[in-house]
Design a protein around this ligand. Structure first.
Ligand code: SAM
Ligand code: SF4
Length: 328
């Protein structure tokens, strides 16, 4: 059985962007009330006394937008300082990254994934739902600063939406040529904005690879990640191209992760909403961490059964929480 040792931790469900595919404008999102968020102390207790003892050693901080979490640098420092932490990473939209990158690095963060869906500031602003002064430049500066500070690997996450940014596939892929940047194309999923998904559809990783192959050629990379991405390389490029194909392929059998929401729900499978554990309520009700460990161990044992099976029947599922709420 695949070892499940990777926990994606949502620090906050709020965001300073409203990406069309994630938190569309007009969608009524019930933000988690402050008193319902796991406090820093609760989160660290869960990591140290529940998750680490049952075998989790790799953690990713995400959201919503993790850089909006007050005290995020201290949290990074605390998690990085646990001797059992083998890997600590973050996924961010990078809007606030330029001024925070050095502090995050000094606190012990080494790996960062930044979402960048367009190189065209107008299209970028359209995707993130921004009508004010363009935010593209801030994000670009955040990326440059992260690179300058030494984040390695630096990964750029791209979601391609037909008719919105699909004409930029080659330009985005080209970012992997001159610098050791790893561009990862994530297939658009119907979580968050099923209407946009229904209207626009999605592009499969193989279609993207075909475009890239025709332009430069494409080889399978020797660098093979432990995650769901299939990794390729443009011949001679310094960086790589990853493809996360959760719509066109089934990688449930190699799934190595669970997700913890900002309000303390442990979710064993992204695409299946059943069997979630409310760890925060249990912790606040005085349930011992020994008991919680037992419950999480039980969930780990059940995970292969919980992993999404709907794709066998062509079902894509119905989701009540967006990626920003789940901790994408
Ligand atoms: N705010 C941070 C960011 O955007 O990087 C972290 C949270 S965001 C939910 C994490 C990742 O989920 C982003 O790379 C985003 O592109 C991806 N995502 C959100 N909604 C998605 C969807 N419907 N389909 C595919 N990817 C999605
Ligand atoms: Fe915010 Fe990230 Fe969702 Fe965009 S993808 S709305 S940046 S949480």
């Amino acid at each position: 059985m695949n070892q499940v040792d990777y926990l994606r931790i949502s620090l906050i469900d709020r965001c300073n962007f409203r990406c069309q595919y994630c938190m569309p404008e007009g969608a009524e999102l019930d933000y988690i009330l402050k008193q319902q968020l796991l406090t820093d102390a609760e989160l660290l207790t869960l990591i140290q006394e529940v998750f680490i003892p049952v075998g989790f050693t790799r953690f990713r901080l995400t959201g919503g937008e993790p850089l909006l979490r007050p005290g995020v640098v201290d949290l990074v420092h605390a998690i990085a300082s646990f001797p059992q932490t083998q890997d600590l990473s973050m996924t961010t939209n990078a809007f606030l990254l330029a001024s925070m990158a050095q502090n995050l690095y000094d606190a012990g963060l080494r790996r960062i994934n930044i979402s960048l869906d367009s190189l065209d500031p107008d299209i970028f602003d359209q995707i993130i739902g921004n009508r004010g002064r363009s935010r593209w430049q801030n994000v670009w500066e955040g990326i440059q600063q992260a690179y300058h500070v030494g984040f390695n690997p630096l990964k750029l996450n791209v979601v391609i939406i037909p008719g919105v940014n699909d004409h930029e596939v080659l330009d985005l892929a080209a970012l992997s040529i001159d610098k050791q940047w790893h561009v990862r194309f994530i297939e658009f999923m119907p979580i968050g904005n099923s209407q946009l998904f229904g209207d626009r559809g999605w592009v499969s990783s193989e279609q993207l690879r075909q475009q890239i192959r025709e332009r430069w050629g494409l080889t399978e990379s020797q660098v093979c990640g432990s995650g769901p991405a299939d990794v390729f390389q443009i011949p001679g490029a310094k960086g790589t191209l990853g493809f996360i194909s959760q719509m066109s392929e089934c990688f449930c059998d190699r799934c190595n992760r669970m997700r913890l929401s900002a309000d303390g729900w442990l979710r064993p499978c992204l695409l299946n909403e059943s069997e979630q554990l409310d760890l925060k309520t249990a912790l606040r009700a005085g349930v011992s961490t020994a008991k919680l460990r037992e419950q999480v161990r039980h969930l780990l044992a059940m995970k292969p059964e919980i992993n999404f099976k709907g794709r066998d029947t062509g079902t894509i599922g119905v989701y009540s929480r967006t990626m920003s709420q789940i901790g994408g």
